[in-house]
Design a protein around this ligand. Structure first.
Ligand code: BTN
Length: 244
């Protein structure tokens, strides 16, 4: 991955740059990295602050031969790749909050946004957007975010070389993606479960269908979260926001 690399200075969002390239037929593995985004976006229509030179703001193009409903598995794969890559360079413990937030001591250091393009239910491509707060300082965050967000620099006390970090993340990503294409979701699922901070802790999930509370126990084959409810029954959630 990243052999077709587009290093840009300022863009609205790297997601849109990759979408444009994908629509022109760009190959799997095409990567766009920007120094700064002026309209970075997160999940659920939220915005994503992407200050100049302080983070890794990048989007990767995949053309996986899987049906559209399985694409959430790739977000889980991305979360594992990021967490393994970061752990190779930075001595901190990273936990994955379902589906794909990376946390250090309960605070978010990275987020993943998966966008896909389909035609008649057939998947054409997937864009994996990855935002990593690498060298942000406290003053780069709005006051109210400091309770919830942290950078690798703030967490580890050291300035991190972004190019080195990108290289190890891509290496992990490529390895896990090859494993996924060869063996399916099962090995990714085990790795994700091993890194998770969501499993086995009481959780409140805000789903498009309303609030669900319970204890997440495992992932299902598609990447959904299986929640044990108070009455002992199980419910699987595919899309939700977990506030705490
Ligand atoms: C989230 O946690 O809500 C996901 C955040 C994803 C941010 C990245 S930064 C690179 C790519 N371009 C964007 O506009 N968003 C993603």
């Amino acid at each position: 991955f990243g052999r077709a690399l587009h290093l840009l200075d300022v863009v609205p969002s790297t997601q849109d740059e990759v979408r444009r390239l994908a629509d022109q037929g760009a190959a799997e593995g095409t990567l766009v990295i920007a120094e700064q985004q002026t309209k970075g976006r997160g999940r659920m229509g939220r915005s994503w602050a992407s200050p100049k030179g302080k983070g890794i703001w990048m989007s990767l193009l995949l053309r996986p031969p899987v049906p559209l409903p399985l694409t959430p598995q790739l977000t889980l794969l991305a979360a594992v790749a990021l967490s393994r890559g970061i752990s190779r360079l930075v001595p901190i413990t990273i936990g994955i909050k379902w589906p794909n937030d990376l946390l250090v001591n309960g605070k978010k250091i990275s987020g993943i946004l998966l966008e896909s393009a389909a035609e008649d239910e057939r998947l054409r491509y997937v864009i994996v957007g990855m935002g990593i707060s690498v060298n942000l300082d406290p003053e780069d965050y709005p006051e109210e975010l400091l309770e919830k967000a942290i950078s690798l620099k703030m967490a580890s006390g050291a300035v991190i070389d972004r190019s080195e970090l990108i290289a190890v993340i891509l290496e992990e990503f490529e390895r896990l993606y090859a494993l996924y294409l060869e063996q399916g979701f099962a090995p990714i699922r085990s790795l994700w479960e091993a890194h998770s901070v969501t499993l086995n802790n009481h959780t409140v999930l805000n789903t498009p269908q309303g609030q669900v509370q319970g204890i997440p126990r495992e992932l299902d084959d598609m990447g959904g979260l299986r929640i044990e409810l108070e009455d002992g029954s199980f419910k699987t959630i595919y899309s939700a926001v977990i506030d705490s």
